[in-house]
Design a binder for this molecule. Structure first.
Ligand code: SAH
Ligand code: SF4
Ligand code: F3S
Length: 493
């Protein structure tokens, strides 16, 4: 055995890559579809950009098209249909997709029958403009139009271009069982709601994803149960603002109970409890929480169930109350700090806490930027995604406030918060050294098959020697070292 008496000092080369701290890069990450071989006639290749909601939607798309004679492929050269599931959150995210289209154009020249489609948020934002701007695009489908894809593809097969960017008030794809495209077989995402009603002034999401709607809790629980039975051990409940999840049988008119005259109402705390009860061995996570909406009820529910992970992604965006008001976030600096205090009172200091931050929002002064640094010092986030403000056409900020912080100032402020966050991540990780953590094993470490990795309840990645441990198992790991991104340890027998 290679590491009979592991020399941990030499483990440095195993340390995982530093997390992507400059969020402007984060949108460049994408996943491609896996290889499915069930003998279907045509091959579908999907690349997904942006947030987890998009990745989750690609799994719904794959499921819809599987029934229509498509297997997915991870090789674009083999594809009959290429879909880019796109993101509009920042200008850079859109640019990435445009660059990719230029590359795909070369392929289309060799293979003129290749169908190229744009899905997701950029499809919704630009609608039929795609067909004027990029001749390579044959099909455009917004996030609520995926059931229509078979028909749209047929239209293209018949020699026409096809567009559907209709936004729905009801669509949740509740009945569609997603094809897990990038699965490790242990952790999975479950979409619990769609759209967003918050209207943060900088944000394009309410325009690209439409009105907020919650999915039937029974279909969510059924999906979680099915995943558990198939060996999965962790689910992450997804929504732009999970704390405003609200489903009632009366409004949705779908429940049997409603027919019996009983109105069943489920809020997010209720849903969390229902999913936590599926099985004590099924971990439950969720994202994203909104500081103005997360309730004590949710925090107490988290405290009551050991299998609900003690980790909250609670984006603050700015530490200054005037900027928060301009952003229409619905809370002040004091409110946010009080929420953090409450979280730590109810769930303890070890509860993982992460954030998103935007620097250089319209009219942000140097002092106001200092307030963000000061808030970060007070909270000490475990992790953060950090961005500089990118004006998005059509948003309230684009209409009302000039984008007046010079780019070099935005970037300098961004560097300052990244540097501070890097320090905090390391400090917070150091607090975990010397402790035993329960880890759900997700697979091999990125850098060596002699090591495995998984996460603790607080969402920290922990790498440890493989020994005889296997994927999907819960084990205790004694952590003896760390970087800002990873904890290093050894399984306790
Ligand atoms: N629903 C989540 C966030 C969704 S978008 C929430 O409310 O927190 C993910 C992150 O992108 C946001 O939290 C914000 O930090 C960032 N973001 C959104 N619009 C942006 C813009 N116009 N410029 C820069 N960053 C932006
Ligand atoms: Fe965008 Fe705000 Fe909705 Fe998040 S809560 S998706 S930032 S509008
Ligand atoms: Fe991007 Fe749309 Fe998600 S804009 S961040 S893919 S909701």
């Amino acid at each position: 055995m290679l590491f009979l008496l592991p020399d941990f000092y030499k483990m440095e080369h195993l340390i995982e890559d530093l997390p992507v701290l400059d969020g402007s890069e984060a949108c460049e990450t994408f996943t491609v579809s896996k290889d499915q071989d069930t003998g279907k006639k045509r091959k579908l290749y999907i690349e997904s950009y942006g947030c987890q909601m998009n990745f989750s939607d690609s799994e719904i798309v794959a499921s819809i098209l599987h029934k229509e004679g498509f297997d997915t492929t991870s090789e674009i050269q083999l594809a009959d249909v290429v879909f880019l599931n796109t993101c509009s959150i920042r200008e850079k995210a859109e640019q990435t997709v445009r660059n990719r289209l230029t590359q795909i154009n070369t392929l289309k020249k060799q293979k003129p029958d290749l169908l190229v489609g744009i899905l997701g948020c950029m499809a919704e934002r630009l609608k039929s403009k795609w067909l004027e701007e990029e001749r390579i695009v044959d099909l455009v489908a917004g996030p609520d139009a995926y059931r229509d894809l078979p028909k749209l593809i047929e239209q293209v097969d018949e020699g026409e271009k096809a567009v559907n960017t209709f936004l729905s008030r009801e669509e949740t794809y509740a009945d569609i069982s997603p094809v897990r495209l990038n699965s490790n077989g242990v952790t999975a995402f479950i979409s619990i709601m769609r759209g967003c009603d918050n209207m943060c002034t900088f944000c394009v999401v309410p325009f690209t994803r439409g009105r907020e709607r919650s999915r039937d809790p029974h279909s969510i629980v059924a999906e979680a149960k099915d995943l558990f039975e198939r060996g999965y051990r962790e689910v992450t409940l997804l929504g732009q603002n999970v704390d405003s999840y609200k489903w009632s049988s009366e409004e949705n008119n779908k429940s049997l109970l409603e027919k019996k005259g009983i109105n069943e109402v489920v809020n997010f705390a209720g849903l969390l409890e229902m999913v936590a009860q599926v099985n004590p061995l099924l971990r439950v996570r969720f994202s994203t929480s909104h500081p103005k909406d997360i309730t004590d009820d949710v925090l107490y529910t988290m405290a009551r169930y050991e299998n609900i992970c003690k980790y909250i992604h609670l984006p603050v965006q700015s530490g200054n109350s005037r900027i928060l008001e301009l952003m229409n976030r619905g809370y002040t600096q004091e409110w946010y700090l009080n929420k953090v205090k409450r979280i730590r009172e109810i769930l303890g200091e070890d509860c993982g806490l992460s954030s998103d931050m935007i620097t250089g929002f319209c009219s942000e002064t140097e002092e106001e930027h200092q307030d963000t640094l000061s808030l970060m010092n007070q909270v000490q986030f475990d992790f953060a995604y950090m961005f500089f403000y990118s004006e998005r056409p059509g948003t309230l900020a684009a209409k009302k406030y000039p984008d007046d912080v010079p780019e070099e100032v935005k970037k300098r402020r961004l560097q300052e918060i990244i540097q501070l966050q890097t320090r905090h991540s390391l400090q917070r990780n150091r607090l975990d050294v010397g402790k035993v953590h329960q880890v759900l094993i997700e697979g091999y470490s990125k850098k060596s098959t002699d090591f495995l990795q998984g996460r603790n309840s607080a969402n920290k990645v922990i790498v440890f020697p493989k020994e005889d441990f296997t994927k999907g198992q819960y084990i205790d790991v004694l952590v003896h070292d760390c970087t800002g991104a990873t904890l290093l340890g050894k399984g306790v027998h």
